[in-house]
Design a protein around this ligand. Sequence first.
Ligand code: ZN
Ligand code: ZN
Length: 214
Amino acid sequence: MSVLVRVFPLGLLKSNVYLVYEEETREAMIIDAGGGSQYVMREIRKEGLKPKFILLTHGHFDHTFELADFREVLGVEAYIHKEDVWTLETLWDSGLSIFGLKMPRPSINKYFEGEPSFKFGSQLVKVIHTPGHTPGSVCYFLSDASMLFTGDTLFQGSIGRTDLPGGNPSLMKKSLKKLLSLDDEVVIYPGHGPRTTMGKERKSNPFLLDLDSS
Ligand SMILES: [Zn+2]
Ligand SMILES: [Zn+2]
């Protein structure tokens, strides 16, 4: 079964929204909900896709800004790690105020603990808990398709900030070490910026090189 990915870099701070679907079954999932719900919906209609759920990498406003719209237009539930319900609830107002915005905070009614798996089509989506950027930051791993959605944990050539409320540099190090156990072929789809691979990052990302020596 082949898995296709469309990226919509339309969130505040250009956060990426990913529409991920299985070509044969047309079943789909959405990763993060920063913006572009109308564009994602248009693509879903055009391709005849069946969205199953929204998965959030963490609770920062730039990844959840249009969450209420996404849930409404798609008619599906959104899931987040339990520890990032705190992030969403605590940082929503202050985050938006940077942009001079004031909006009602989206409600979260589905959260998970630990590292469960989700399923769309025949794809298993494994949660990897990677605290550091926020307490409930996670990556989503599709092992059959060799795809990893890293949110604000790992970027091309960089990593997420650990100096915001709830951030923790030593947990970030542990989380990155966990990701280093994945194969070089794994394609990384970050929360901001272009995609990359585990092999490229292992060789050239200064923050990962730093880990190896420590
Ligand atoms: Zn973030
Ligand atoms: Zn972000």
